[in-house]
Design a protein around this ligand. Structure first.
Ligand SMILES: [Zn+2]
Length: 113
């Protein structure tokens, strides 16, 4: 399941940041997940709960923010609405996905001495 590799990369990053800030533990991890990233939030939670064991994030809460995809025109850059055909409303050019397929570490709450 690719949620596990995502979580393992996420935890690597979280631990690195926590160490840089000399944190004792990670209290909370917030990630933004694009709705078209192909990631199930529930699977992400399950994977996180398993993978966090033995890390600085062992007791961390995971908050997941789902982000809508964003489309824009490849030709003129106008925003293309989510509903309807994936065509530019201004020049009828083809649409391009320019966000909403990413997984981003938004925020970390750390416990420091
Ligand atoms: Zn256009």
């Amino acid at each position: 399941m690719h949620e596990y590799s995502i979580v393992s990369a996420l935890l690597d990053r979280v631990e690195r940041e926590a160490r840089e800030h000399r944190a004792l533990a990670v209290a909370k991890v917030r990630v933004s997940v694009g709705r078209v990233a192909g990631v199930e939030s529930e699977l992400l939670r399950t994977a996180f709960a398993l993978a966090r064991e033995g890390t600085l994030a062992a007791a961390a809460e995971l908050e997941i923010i789902e982000i809508d995809p964003r489309w824009s025109c490849r030709a003129c850059g106008s925003a293309v609405p989510l509903e309807g055909p994936r065509r530019c409303p201004v020049c009828a050019g083809p649409a391009r996905l320019d966000g909403g397929d990413e997984i981003v570490l938004d925020r970390l709450e750390l416990e420091v001495a």
